[in-house]
Design a protein around this ligand. Structure first.
Ligand code: CAA
Length: 261
Protein backbone atom coordinates (compact mmCIF):
# COMPACT_ATOMS: atom_id res chain seq x y z
CA UNK A 1 0.00 0.00 0.00
CA UNK A 2 3.02 2.29 0.08
CA UNK A 3 3.92 4.68 2.89
CA UNK A 4 1.86 7.60 3.99
CA UNK A 5 2.48 10.74 5.99
CA UNK A 6 -0.81 11.04 7.83
CA UNK A 7 -2.17 7.53 8.29
CA UNK A 8 -0.95 4.06 9.28
CA UNK A 9 -2.20 1.08 7.32
CA UNK A 10 -2.19 -2.53 8.43
CA UNK A 11 -3.91 -5.82 7.84
CA UNK A 12 -4.96 -7.94 10.79
CA UNK A 13 -7.35 -10.68 11.90
CA UNK A 14 -7.35 -14.26 10.65
CA UNK A 15 -5.95 -14.39 7.09
CA UNK A 16 -5.25 -10.67 7.45
CA UNK A 17 -8.82 -10.11 6.35
CA UNK A 18 -9.35 -6.85 8.25
CA UNK A 19 -7.88 -3.69 6.77
CA UNK A 20 -7.14 -1.08 9.43
CA UNK A 21 -6.56 2.62 8.77
CA UNK A 22 -5.22 4.59 11.73
CA UNK A 23 -5.43 8.37 11.45
CA UNK A 24 -2.00 9.53 12.53
CA UNK A 25 -1.16 13.22 12.84
CA UNK A 26 -0.05 13.32 16.47
CA UNK A 27 0.75 17.04 16.39
CA UNK A 28 -2.75 17.98 15.30
CA UNK A 29 -4.93 15.41 17.10
CA UNK A 30 -5.37 13.71 13.70
CA UNK A 31 -7.09 16.73 12.16
CA UNK A 32 -8.23 15.79 8.67
CA UNK A 33 -6.03 17.80 6.34
CA UNK A 34 -6.39 17.46 2.59
CA UNK A 35 -3.41 15.10 2.29
CA UNK A 36 -4.77 12.80 4.97
CA UNK A 37 -8.10 12.45 3.16
CA UNK A 38 -6.35 11.81 -0.15
CA UNK A 39 -4.19 9.14 1.47
CA UNK A 40 -7.19 7.52 3.09
CA UNK A 41 -9.04 7.49 -0.23
CA UNK A 42 -6.09 5.74 -1.88
CA UNK A 43 -6.11 3.04 0.79
CA UNK A 44 -9.89 2.64 0.62
CA UNK A 45 -9.60 2.14 -3.16
CA UNK A 46 -6.94 -0.45 -2.45
CA UNK A 47 -8.93 -2.29 0.21
CA UNK A 48 -12.04 -2.29 -1.97
CA UNK A 49 -10.15 -3.79 -4.90
CA UNK A 50 -8.40 -6.46 -2.80
CA UNK A 51 -10.65 -9.49 -2.31
CA UNK A 52 -8.55 -10.65 0.67
CA UNK A 53 -9.77 -7.62 2.61
CA UNK A 54 -13.25 -8.40 3.91
CA UNK A 55 -13.92 -5.56 6.34
CA UNK A 56 -12.38 -2.17 7.03
CA UNK A 57 -11.73 -0.46 10.37
CA UNK A 58 -10.95 3.24 10.80
CA UNK A 59 -9.47 4.44 14.08
CA UNK A 60 -7.23 7.21 15.42
CA UNK A 61 -3.82 7.35 17.04
CA UNK A 62 -3.52 8.53 20.65
CA UNK A 63 -6.28 10.41 22.47
CA UNK A 64 -8.09 11.53 19.34
CA UNK A 65 -10.07 9.89 16.56
CA UNK A 66 -10.02 13.12 14.58
CA UNK A 67 -10.38 16.69 15.87
CA UNK A 68 -12.17 17.78 12.70
CA UNK A 69 -11.12 19.27 9.41
CA UNK A 70 -7.74 21.00 9.62
CA UNK A 71 -8.65 24.50 10.78
CA UNK A 72 -5.22 25.97 10.02
CA UNK A 73 -5.44 24.70 6.45
CA UNK A 74 -8.95 26.13 6.05
CA UNK A 75 -8.38 29.46 7.76
CA UNK A 76 -7.35 31.50 4.72
CA UNK A 77 -9.65 29.98 2.14
CA UNK A 78 -12.28 32.16 0.52
CA UNK A 79 -15.73 31.57 -0.89
CA UNK A 80 -14.75 31.39 -4.55
CA UNK A 81 -12.01 28.91 -3.73
CA UNK A 82 -14.10 26.53 -1.64
CA UNK A 83 -17.12 26.87 -3.91
CA UNK A 84 -15.46 26.44 -7.29
CA UNK A 85 -13.14 23.73 -5.96
CA UNK A 86 -16.12 22.04 -4.23
CA UNK A 87 -14.12 21.86 -1.00
CA UNK A 88 -14.62 18.60 0.96
CA UNK A 89 -16.24 16.85 -1.99
CA UNK A 90 -13.58 14.12 -1.84
CA UNK A 91 -14.52 13.31 1.75
CA UNK A 92 -17.30 10.89 0.88
CA UNK A 93 -15.18 7.95 -0.32
CA UNK A 94 -16.05 5.96 2.79
CA UNK A 95 -19.74 6.16 1.97
CA UNK A 96 -19.07 4.50 -1.38
CA UNK A 97 -17.31 1.46 0.08
CA UNK A 98 -19.19 -1.75 -0.64
CA UNK A 99 -17.37 -3.57 2.18
CA UNK A 100 -18.44 -3.03 5.78
CA UNK A 101 -16.55 -0.13 7.40
CA UNK A 102 -16.42 0.16 11.18
CA UNK A 103 -15.27 3.26 13.06
CA UNK A 104 -13.40 2.61 16.31
CA UNK A 105 -13.64 6.03 17.94
CA UNK A 106 -10.92 6.21 20.57
CA UNK A 107 -11.11 9.87 21.62
CA UNK A 108 -12.17 13.22 20.16
CA UNK A 109 -14.54 12.90 17.21
CA UNK A 110 -15.25 16.55 16.55
CA UNK A 111 -16.48 18.28 13.41
CA UNK A 112 -15.23 16.36 10.41
CA UNK A 113 -14.08 13.60 12.79
CA UNK A 114 -17.63 13.02 13.96
CA UNK A 115 -18.79 13.25 10.35
CA UNK A 116 -16.21 10.68 9.22
CA UNK A 117 -17.32 8.30 11.98
CA UNK A 118 -20.94 8.75 10.87
CA UNK A 119 -20.00 7.87 7.27
CA UNK A 120 -18.94 4.44 8.56
CA UNK A 121 -21.46 1.60 8.89
CA UNK A 122 -21.06 0.97 12.62
CA UNK A 123 -19.50 3.11 15.36
CA UNK A 124 -17.80 1.49 18.36
CA UNK A 125 -16.27 3.86 20.90
CA UNK A 126 -13.96 3.89 23.88
CA UNK A 127 -15.33 5.16 27.19
CA UNK A 128 -13.22 8.31 26.78
CA UNK A 129 -14.56 9.16 23.29
CA UNK A 130 -16.30 12.48 22.76
CA UNK A 131 -18.54 13.52 19.91
CA UNK A 132 -19.50 16.97 18.77
CA UNK A 133 -19.98 19.41 15.89
CA UNK A 134 -18.18 22.54 17.14
CA UNK A 135 -18.17 24.36 13.78
CA UNK A 136 -20.51 27.07 15.08
CA UNK A 137 -17.71 28.23 17.38
CA UNK A 138 -15.55 28.79 14.29
CA UNK A 139 -18.22 30.80 12.53
CA UNK A 140 -19.14 28.02 10.15
CA UNK A 141 -21.37 24.96 10.02
CA UNK A 142 -20.73 21.24 9.51
CA UNK A 143 -19.85 20.59 5.87
CA UNK A 144 -19.40 16.83 5.62
CA UNK A 145 -22.76 15.50 6.67
CA UNK A 146 -23.01 16.69 10.27
CA UNK A 147 -26.36 18.42 9.89
CA UNK A 148 -27.82 15.50 7.93
CA UNK A 149 -26.36 12.24 9.26
CA UNK A 150 -26.40 13.36 12.90
CA UNK A 151 -30.06 14.35 12.62
CA UNK A 152 -30.96 10.99 11.11
CA UNK A 153 -28.95 9.20 13.81
CA UNK A 154 -30.18 10.95 16.96
CA UNK A 155 -33.23 12.99 15.96
CA UNK A 156 -33.76 16.67 15.30
CA UNK A 157 -33.81 18.22 18.75
CA UNK A 158 -30.59 16.60 19.95
CA UNK A 159 -28.80 17.16 16.64
CA UNK A 160 -29.92 20.78 16.58
CA UNK A 161 -28.74 21.26 20.16
CA UNK A 162 -25.27 19.90 19.32
CA UNK A 163 -24.96 21.86 16.08
CA UNK A 164 -26.21 25.17 17.54
CA UNK A 165 -24.18 25.02 20.77
CA UNK A 166 -21.03 23.23 19.62
CA UNK A 167 -21.27 21.20 22.85
CA UNK A 168 -19.91 17.69 22.87
CA UNK A 169 -21.31 14.49 24.32
CA UNK A 170 -19.65 11.55 26.07
CA UNK A 171 -19.39 8.04 24.71
CA UNK A 172 -22.04 6.76 27.11
CA UNK A 173 -24.45 9.53 26.06
CA UNK A 174 -23.66 8.76 22.41
CA UNK A 175 -24.47 5.12 23.06
CA UNK A 176 -27.67 5.96 24.93
CA UNK A 177 -29.02 8.03 22.03
CA UNK A 178 -27.98 5.55 19.35
CA UNK A 179 -25.08 7.33 17.68
CA UNK A 180 -22.72 4.60 18.89
CA UNK A 181 -23.57 0.93 19.08
CA UNK A 182 -21.15 -0.19 21.83
CA UNK A 183 -18.66 1.35 24.26
CA UNK A 184 -15.51 -0.38 25.57
CA UNK A 185 -12.69 0.45 27.93
CA UNK A 186 -9.85 2.06 25.99
CA UNK A 187 -7.56 -0.95 25.60
CA UNK A 188 -10.48 -3.16 24.57
CA UNK A 189 -11.82 -0.94 21.80
CA UNK A 190 -9.59 -2.03 18.94
CA UNK A 191 -9.52 -5.78 19.78
CA UNK A 192 -13.32 -5.77 20.12
CA UNK A 193 -13.73 -3.84 16.87
CA UNK A 194 -11.48 -6.28 15.05
CA UNK A 195 -13.43 -9.19 16.52
CA UNK A 196 -16.62 -7.62 15.16
CA UNK A 197 -14.97 -7.06 11.78
CA UNK A 198 -13.91 -10.72 11.67
CA UNK A 199 -17.36 -11.99 12.63
CA UNK A 200 -18.97 -9.89 9.90
CA UNK A 201 -16.27 -10.83 7.41
CA UNK A 202 -17.10 -14.52 7.80
CA UNK A 203 -20.42 -14.06 6.02
CA UNK A 204 -20.96 -14.00 2.27
CA UNK A 205 -19.43 -10.86 0.79
CA UNK A 206 -22.09 -10.28 -1.90
CA UNK A 207 -24.87 -10.86 0.62
CA UNK A 208 -23.24 -8.50 3.12
CA UNK A 209 -23.13 -5.97 0.32
CA UNK A 210 -26.87 -6.37 -0.27
CA UNK A 211 -27.62 -6.02 3.45
CA UNK A 212 -25.46 -2.91 3.72
CA UNK A 213 -26.98 -1.34 0.63
CA UNK A 214 -30.50 -1.95 1.94
CA UNK A 215 -29.79 -0.44 5.39
CA UNK A 216 -27.98 2.55 3.91
CA UNK A 217 -30.83 3.26 1.50
CA UNK A 218 -33.20 3.46 4.47
CA UNK A 219 -31.53 6.82 5.16
CA UNK A 220 -32.40 8.16 1.72
CA UNK A 221 -35.62 6.59 0.46
CA UNK A 222 -39.27 6.76 1.45
CA UNK A 223 -40.52 3.73 3.39
CA UNK A 224 -42.33 2.37 0.32
CA UNK A 225 -39.25 2.74 -1.90
CA UNK A 226 -37.01 1.31 0.79
CA UNK A 227 -39.24 -1.70 1.32
CA UNK A 228 -39.34 -2.26 -2.44
CA UNK A 229 -35.56 -2.14 -2.70
CA UNK A 230 -35.21 -4.45 0.29
CA UNK A 231 -37.55 -6.99 -1.27
CA UNK A 232 -35.62 -6.93 -4.57
CA UNK A 233 -32.27 -7.34 -2.81
CA UNK A 234 -33.76 -10.15 -0.69
CA UNK A 235 -34.88 -11.83 -3.92
CA UNK A 236 -31.41 -11.25 -5.36
CA UNK A 237 -29.81 -13.18 -2.50
CA UNK A 238 -31.57 -16.23 -3.93
CA UNK A 239 -29.32 -15.94 -6.97
CA UNK A 240 -26.29 -16.77 -4.80
CA UNK A 241 -24.88 -20.19 -4.02
CA UNK A 242 -24.17 -18.85 -0.53
CA UNK A 243 -27.89 -18.44 0.19
CA UNK A 244 -28.44 -22.07 -0.82
CA UNK A 245 -25.47 -23.18 1.30
CA UNK A 246 -26.63 -21.15 4.33
CA UNK A 247 -30.07 -22.74 4.38
CA UNK A 248 -28.73 -26.24 3.59
CA UNK A 249 -26.19 -25.97 6.42
CA UNK A 250 -28.96 -24.97 8.81
CA UNK A 251 -30.99 -28.07 7.91
CA UNK A 252 -27.90 -30.28 8.26
CA UNK A 253 -27.03 -28.69 11.64
CA UNK A 254 -23.54 -27.63 10.56
CA UNK A 255 -21.74 -24.31 10.06
CA UNK A 256 -22.22 -22.78 6.62
CA UNK A 257 -19.22 -22.42 4.36
CA UNK A 258 -19.68 -19.29 2.33
CA UNK A 259 -17.71 -18.85 -0.86
CA UNK A 260 -18.77 -15.37 -1.94
CA UNK A 261 -20.68 -16.91 -4.83
N1 CAA B 1 -7.23 21.58 12.96
C1 CAA B 1 -5.92 21.90 13.07
N2 CAA B 1 -5.22 21.72 14.19
C2 CAA B 1 -5.84 21.20 15.25
C3 CAA B 1 -7.20 20.86 15.22
C4 CAA B 1 -7.92 21.06 14.01
N3 CAA B 1 -9.21 20.72 13.87
N4 CAA B 1 -7.55 20.38 16.44
C5 CAA B 1 -6.46 20.42 17.20
N5 CAA B 1 -5.42 20.90 16.49
C6 CAA B 1 -4.04 21.12 16.95
C7 CAA B 1 -3.98 22.32 17.89
O1 CAA B 1 -3.90 23.51 17.15
C8 CAA B 1 -2.72 22.01 18.65
O2 CAA B 1 -1.61 22.35 17.86
P1 CAA B 1 -0.47 23.37 18.43
O3 CAA B 1 0.08 22.63 19.64
O4 CAA B 1 0.46 23.49 17.29
O5 CAA B 1 -1.20 24.61 18.82
C9 CAA B 1 -2.73 20.49 18.78
O6 CAA B 1 -3.63 20.03 17.75
C10 CAA B 1 -3.27 20.01 20.10
O7 CAA B 1 -4.53 20.62 20.32
P2 CAA B 1 -4.93 21.33 21.70
O8 CAA B 1 -3.73 21.93 22.34
O9 CAA B 1 -6.06 22.25 21.42
O10 CAA B 1 -5.40 20.06 22.55
P3 CAA B 1 -6.45 20.03 23.75
O11 CAA B 1 -6.38 18.64 24.30
O12 CAA B 1 -6.24 21.20 24.65
O13 CAA B 1 -7.90 20.26 23.06
C11 CAA B 1 -9.62 19.83 21.42
C12 CAA B 1 -8.43 19.29 22.22
C13 CAA B 1 -10.77 20.20 22.37
C14 CAA B 1 -10.04 18.77 20.46
C15 CAA B 1 -9.19 21.13 20.68
O14 CAA B 1 -7.98 20.86 19.99
C16 CAA B 1 -10.19 21.62 19.66
O15 CAA B 1 -11.17 22.23 20.03
N6 CAA B 1 -9.93 21.37 18.35
C17 CAA B 1 -10.74 21.87 17.28
C18 CAA B 1 -12.02 21.08 17.16
C19 CAA B 1 -12.88 21.69 16.06
O16 CAA B 1 -13.28 22.81 16.09
N7 CAA B 1 -13.19 20.85 15.03
C20 CAA B 1 -14.02 21.25 13.93
C21 CAA B 1 -13.17 21.66 12.77
S1 CAA B 1 -14.17 22.36 11.45
C22 CAA B 1 -14.76 21.05 10.57
O17 CAA B 1 -14.50 19.91 10.89
C23 CAA B 1 -15.60 21.38 9.36
C24 CAA B 1 -16.36 20.21 8.78
O18 CAA B 1 -17.54 20.04 8.99
C25 CAA B 1 -15.69 19.28 7.91
Amino acid sequence: AGTFNNILVERTGSNNQVGVITLHRPKALNALCDDLMTEMNTVLDDFEANSDVRTIVITGHGKSFAAGADIKEMADRDFIGVYSGNFLSHWDRVTRCTKPVIAAVNGFAFGGGCELAMMCDIIYASSSAKFGQPEIKLGTIPGAGGTQRLTRAIGKSKAMELVLTGDHISASEAERIGLVSKVFEGDQLLPETIKLAERIGAFSQPVLQMAKEAVNKSQELSLAEGLHLEKRLFHSSFATADRREGMKAFAERRAAEFKDE
